[in-house]
Design a protein around this ligand. Structure first.
Ligand SMILES: [Zn+2]
Length: 489
């Protein structure tokens, strides 16, 4: 017997409104495909019409409904939906409902889902960037900042004015959700939630989720929703939460558990910006550094609104836009502010970086934009800032220190980045350094020398490219081991 996609859709639609079956599925498919000799197609259509706004609160078998209908006075057996008697159908459903669930309902209304219970959210699919294997129910990822995509359908939700459809419109980097809102809840993990860098930060209690593609979506339409999260070695629980005007809808899907693959060595990063009144180094911001090191998207408060009805308190809409949503380039590399993410280069060695601290230190102009004669190649201003950082009350031990200055050397010097070998510290000119420079200077720490590579596109070429050798990968893993203690509590 060929599969009839229309019949499958009818069975799925019936299931949505609480009508299931106790006969073997092939028999039901047979019945529903046969309008000439069975009442199933007509009664199924009538049930869908009667229940489309509010399904049954508990399921009733369609074969029982048909049986009850056909055994009502006069033994009706309609072949067309127009011939279905609404009152007889309701009575057939009530009887089937009461028999199955041991209740004594006398009205059809009392079988329906309460108005304030929306149809549960369905999670139809889930994909996690960088996922390698599933172990003990935990999806291990090779990136600490995966993009998570959930496929779902928007639902009908209740309001004071009755059931309404949810709607979602995405244009460019902005989106508007009507009659609700959506987020990816993240719980468990290593730290309290929050968008700020934290010692062991996993992000965030409610990661903003938005459509993967531009377009307009309404109840029943299938769509992909994406969010970016941060994960560490301890699993986080991730689940899609869809909010209606009156609150969150149930999502009966299992939470996804995600953790960083223990093979990946995570290097904690402390960024310190040295600035002065004359040289504010305004290119360096906490949000920008979160985006660079951890692919955390940026949203300014001016493009993040929720509109609530003043009279009823019901959520009407949420309207947002990203200032920056990290996307990989054609080679799969992430970046921000003109720099490549060091993860995108050293991640090939399963070494990744996590911003755990961000400090802004006001200093004099000479310490952020040196003007000096006879400085040579000795980065003495950078070294002095490194000393100041070590003595700063917010400084953390056992981290990779990354110092940004307006420029790390005086104007005469060609250097826009330097590694302080042996000090786990690199310095970068906020003006002038670009592309792979940060990963390049980290590379000098990794190999423990100021020597350069001659291989094409190698990160230790001067200026650096995006490739690493097997030997550099091995050195990177050995170097990164020194930070392992940072993550142990
Ligand atoms: Zn170099």
């Amino acid at each position: 017997m060929p599969l009839d996609p229309d019949v499958d859709a009818v069975i799925a639609a019936l299931d949505e409104v609480g009508v299931d079956f106790s006969v073997p599925r092939p028999s039901l498919v047979d019945f529903l495909g046969n309008a000439e000799f069975t009442p199933y197609p007509a009664l199924a259509e009538a049930l869908l019409r009667a229940l489309k706004d509010r399904g049954l609160r508990l399921p009733v078998f369609i074969d029982v409904i048909v049986f009850n209908y056909e055994h009502s006075p006069g033994n009706p057996s309609p072949r067309r939906v127009e011939d279905v008697d609404g009152a007889v159908l309701e009575a057939a459903v009530i009887e089937g409902f009461n028999n199955r669930h041991g209740e004594q309902n006398t009205t059809f209304q009392s079988l329906l889902r309460p108005l304030d219970t929306p149809v549960p959210v369905q999670t139809l699919g889930l994909s996690i960037e960088g996922s390698s294997i599933v172990k003990d129910g935990v999806t291990l990822v090779d990136t600490d900042n995966p993009r998570v995509e959930v496929t779902t359908k928007l639902i009908d939700v209740s309001t004071m004015a009755g059931m309404v459809s949810q709607g979602l419109l995405r244009q460019g980097n902005g989106w508007r959700f009507t009659n609700g809102d959506v987020e990816l809840s993240v719980s468990g993990g290593e730290a309290e939630a929050g968008p700020r860098p934290a010692t062991a930060g996993s992000l965030s209690e409610g990661a903003k989720a938005w459509p993967t593609v531009e377009g307009t979506f309404s109840s029943g339409s299938e769509l992909g929703l994406q969010a970016r999260i941060r994960v560490g070695y301890r699993p986080v629980d991730v689940k899609l939460l869809v909010e209606g005007p009156k609150g969150f809808a149930a999502n009966t899907a299992e939470r996804a558990r995600i953790a960083l693959d223990p093979e990946v060595l995570l290097v904690p990063v402390e960024v310190a910006k040295f600035f002065s009144d004359q040289s504010p180094v305004s290119k360096i911001t906490m949000a920008g550094q979160m985006a660079l090191w951890d692919q955390v998207p940026i949203m300014s408060p001016t493009t993040n609104f929720r509109s609530v009805d003043g009279g009823t308190g019901e959520l009407r809409s949420a309207e947002r836009a990203w200032d920056f949503w990290p996307t990989p380039d054609a080679k799969g590399l992430y970046g921000h502010g003109g720099w490549l993410s060091p993860d995108s280069i050293w991640g090939k060695a399963k070494v990744r970086f996590r911003l755990v601290n961000y400090i802004e230190i006001k200093t004099d102009n000479q310490q952020t934009a040196p003007v000096a004669i006879g400085e040579g190649s000795n980065p003495r201003f950078l070294k002095a800032n490194h000393e100041a950082l070590l003595n700063h009350p917010q400084h953390l031990d056992n981290v990779l220190k990354v110092i940004f200055m307006h420029r790390i050397h005086s104007q005469e010097s060609p250097h826009t980045g330097r590694a302080l070998i042996g000090s786990s510290c690199v310095g970068l000119s906020a003006s002038g350094s670009t592309f792979a420079d940060i990963a390049h200077e980290i590379g000098h720490l990794i190999i423990g020398s100021e020597g350069h590579s001659t291989l094409p596109d190698n990160v230790l070429l001067d200026p650096g490219g995006t490739e690493i050798t097997d030997g550099q990968a091995q050195s990177a893993r050995e170097w990164a081991q020194q930070f392992a203690g940072f993550w142990q509590h």
